[in-house]
Ligand binder design. Structure first.
Ligand code: ZN
Length: 345
C-alpha cells in the first residue's frame, strides 16, 4: 500500500506577486518534498482537470459561465473580488486543483493507495456555490466529496478543516446534509466572519456542522484538548467511511495573516490524531488537501510532516520551534459549551 501524492506543475501559472496566495507557496512545498526524498517514497500522480459535471454539482451555472468567460477574454490577472484574483487559464488551473483532490480520493477509494495528499492550489474552502471568495475559486474538497459519494457510494464523509479561517464555502455546500460531518477549527471573530459555535447545520443537516471558534492565542495545548474532547467523540458517533482534511498552515504562530499559536510539532500531532481516527473508523482512508498557510517555512514543513505521517514514518520537522509566548487562553469553557451544544458523550 502506498500514499498517493497528487500535484501539478501548472499550479504555478496561477500567480500574483505580492499577494499572500502566490505561486511560491507550492514551489516551497515541492522543494521540501523533493530535497528530503519524500517525493520518491510517495506515489506521485499528476493532476487532471476535473470534469465540469463534478464542478457543477456544487457550483451554480452562472458562476461557471463567469469563470469560462474570464478564462476566454482576459490576458492579464484580474480580481473577481478584492481578495481573489484569476489570471490567464485561471479556470483551467482551478479545475486542475479540484481534479487533484478528486484523483487522490479516487486512488484511496479504489484501493490503489492507502491514503493521500493533494498538494494543490488555488485553495478551495472559501469558494461559495455562486461566487469566489478568500483566494478560492472552486470548492476542491466539496467537489471531491461529491465525487466520493456519487461514484463510490460513500454515505458518511467527515471533513476536518484546521485552516485558521472558517471553511465557510465547505460549510455552505453541506449545511443541510446529514451525510457530511463538517468540523472546522478557526480564529473567531476573524475573516470570513462566519463559523459561530451555534451554527450547527439546518434541516436534516442539523448537528452535522461543528464549528469551533477560537480566540486568538490558542495553540498546541488547546487544539490537543479539543481533538480529545470534541473531535474524537464526534467522529466516533458519526463513524465516517472516508475522512478528508482541509489542511491550512495559517494557524501556525509564525503565520503573517493570523493570530493563533500552533507549532509545527502541534500540527504534526493533530495530523497523526486524524490518521489515527481514520485507522480506527474507516480503514485508514484519509486524504489531506492543501488550503492556506502564508509563512513558507511553516507551510513546507507542515506538508512534509503530513507526508511523513501518512507514510507511517516517525519523523517530525520543526525548525521554527514553539511560539515565543507560551500562555494560551483557557479552552475549557469553549469545550464545555461545544460538548453541550452537540450533546457529545
Ligand atoms: Zn486560511
Amino acid at each position: 500500500m502506498t500514499t498517493v501524492y497528487v500535484t501539478h506543475p501548472r499550479y504555478v501559472e496561477h500567480d500574483l506577486p505580492g499577494h499572500p496566495e502566490h505561486a511560491g507557496r507550492i514551489r516551497a512545498i515541492w522543494q521540501q518534498l523533493d530535497t528530503t526524498g519524500l517525493s520518491n517514497r510517495l506515489g506521485r500522480l499528476e493532476a487532471q482537470p476535473v470534469a465540469e459535471e463534478w464542478v457543477a454539482a456544487v457550483h451554480t451555472r452562472p458562476y461557471l459561465d463567469l469563470l469560462n468567460k474570464v478564462e476566454r477574454i482576459q490576458d492579464q490577472v484580474i480580481h473577481l473580488n478584492p481578495d481573489t484574483y484569476v489570471g490567464p487559464n485561471g479556470y483551467t488551473i482551478a479545475r486542475l486543483s479540484a481534479g487533484g483532490v478528486v484523483m487522490a480520493v479516487e486512488a484511496v477509494l479504489s484501493g490503489k493507495a492507502h491514503n493521500g495528499l493533494a498538494a494543490v492550489r488555488p485553495p478551495g474552502h472559501h469558494a461559495m456555490p455562486g461566487y469566489s471568495m478568500g483566494f478560492c475559486l472552486l470548492g476542491n474538497v466539496p467537489i471531491a466529496a461529491h465525487y466520493a459519494r456519487q461514484v463510490h457510494g460513500i454515505r458518511r464523509l467527515m471533513i476536518v478543516d484546521f485552516d485558521v479561517h472558517h471553511g465557510n464555502g465547505t460549510e455552505a455546500m453541506f449545511y443541510d446534509d446529514d451525510g457530511v460531518l463538517f468540523v472546522s477549527t478557526h480564529q473567531y471573530p476573524f475573516y470570513p466572519g462566519t463559523g459561530a459555535a451555534d451554527d450547527t447545520g439546518r434541516g436534516r443537516g442539523k448537528g452535522f456542522t461543528i464549528n469551533i471558534p477560537l480566540a486568538a492565542g490558542h495553540g498546541d495545548r488547546s487544539y490537543t484538548a479539543l481533538f480529545e474532547q470534541v473531535i474524537w467523540p464526534a467522529a466516533a458517533r458519526f463513524q465516517p467511511e472516508l475522512m478528508m482534511v482541509s489542511a491550512g498552515f495559517d494557524a501556525h504562530w509564525a503565520d503573517p495573516l493570523a493570530g493563533m499559536r500552533l507549532s509545527l510539532t502541534g500540527y504534526a500531532y493533530l495530523t497523526r490524531e486524524l490518521i489515527r481516527m481514520a485507522d480506527q473508523f474507516c480503514g485508514g482512508k484519509i486524504v489531506f488537501v492543501l488550503e492556506g498557510g502564508y509563512n513558507l517555512e511553516a507551510l513546507a514543513h507542515g506538508v512534509r510532516n503530513i507526508a511523513h505521517a501518512l507514510l507511517g514514518e516517525d519523523a517530525i520537522s520543526d525548525p521554527l520551534g514553539p511560539p515565543r509566548v507560551d500562555r494560551e487562553p483557557d479552552i475549557e469553557p469553549l469545550i464545555n459549551r461545544l460538548r453541550s451544544i452537540h450533546a457529545l458523550p
